[in-house]
Design a binder for this molecule. Structure first.
Ligand SMILES: [Cu+2]
Length: 117
């Protein structure tokens, strides 16, 4: 659980273009695209990344956070609340193509980007 702090190595934040293209999420046994994000100390552990998910697939964005906030998926306009020290899962069908930001709404903290195509 309490992994090392990789955050500092990854330079300053900002929703940078991740450089090396989108990553592939984990896929569960039942075909769900699973993107996991952890927030600790006001930053996304490992940095903000973009994930490519297939159009029409079921996606779960799993957010673990050390602060309470609202997880907001733009474009689809879906929200899920997370309490401090807990995890929340935002599950939806990716039926709208494009690139969509996920953020901690109250802090305007970018969490990840989903590229649906
Ligand atoms: Cu938002």
């Amino acid at each position: 659980m309490a992994a090392t702090l990789v955050v500092a190595a990854l330079a300053v934040g900002g929703c940078g273009s991740a450089g090396s293209g989108p990553a592939a999420p984990a896929v569960t046994a039942d075909g769900v695209q699973r993107v996991e994000v952890a927030v600790a100390g006001g930053a996304v552990t490992g940095g903000v990344r973009r994930f490519a998910v297939p159009l029409g697939s079921t996606v779960e964005v799993v957010v673990a956070s050390d602060v309470a906030d609202e997880v907001h998926l733009h474009g689809y306009d879906r929200t899920a609340y997370v309490t401090a020290g807990a995890t929340t899962t935002l599950r939806f069908v990716a039926d709208l193509p494009g690139v969509f930001d996920v953020e901690l709404e109250q802090r305007s903290l970018p969490l990840t980007q989903l590229q649906v195509s």
